[in-house]
Design a protein around this ligand. Structure first.
Ligand code: GAR
Length: 208
């Protein structure tokens, strides 16, 4: 029997990726539990969903801290109360300090709405439309000190259609995010991900 893993999910807003992971974890019989959902914003809409699911929630409001270092230290203390095996950034819109990233090295995932290494940063769908790319998408990656970079776990591509707007493109990419993020988290909790020289190897599922 594999030990149950604790997952802590960080959100800043809507939390639709968090919801997709919560649903998949429940449905899929993962060897993991969602130990907590933590937000840097007290008004994050996703908190209500987590509470309704009976998942412990917490807010560490970045506005209440004088600088990034103090905020990240407080956030780390709060996360570590839940003894996480994995920290999942799900629309967590913060630049993280190096000590924080180092503390969770190899056990923190992020999803970014572009095919990295294209279009790091904000407004990725606008960037994709401005660049005229024919293919856009989303990436799940391990978090490193390099913003929106790090070993790639999963990607999904969508075709850019003539007449696409930022919001139509965002909607199609988000639908893919909701597929690849739960799957990537599942691979992690099943111990199927290995980082080898900066590249992620994904082992096949073990047959029951
Ligand atoms: C998602 O599209 C996610 O990829 C993006 O924010 C959105 C959050 O939506 N993340 C980033 O841009 C991180 N750089 P959600 O709160 O509904 O999951």
């Amino acid at each position: 029997m594999r030990a149950m893993k604790n997952i802590v999910i960080l959100i800043s807003g809507r939390g639709s990726n968090m919801q997709a992971i919560v649903h998949a974890a429940r449905a899929g019989g993962w060897p993991a539990r969602i130990a907590a959902v933590i937000s840097n914003r007290p008004d994050a809409a996703g908190l209500a969903f987590a509470q309704a699911q009976g998942i412990p929630t917490a807010v560490v409001a970045n506005r209440e801290f004088p600088n990034r270092e103090c905020f990240d230290a407080a956030l780390q203390r709060e996360i570590d109360r839940f003894a996480p095996d994995l920290v999942v950034l799900a629309g967590f819109m913060r630049i993280l300090t190096e000590p924080f990233v180092a503390h969770y090295a190899g056990r923190m995932l992020n999803i970014h709405p572009s095919l990295l290494p294209s279009f790091p940063g904000l407004a990725t769908h606008r960037q994709a439309l401005a660049a005229g790319v024919r293919v856009h998408g989303a990436t799940v990656h391990f978090v490193t000190a390099d913003l929106d970079h790090g070993p790639i776990v999963a990607q999904a591509a969508v075709a850019v259609e003539a007449g696409d707007t930022e919001s139509s493109l965002a909607e199609r990419v988000l639908a893919q995010e909701h597929i690849i993020y739960p799957e990537a988290v599942r691979c992690f909790v099943e111990d199927r991900l290995a980082i080898d020289n900066g590249l992620v190897r994904v082992a096949p599922p073990v047959q029951a």
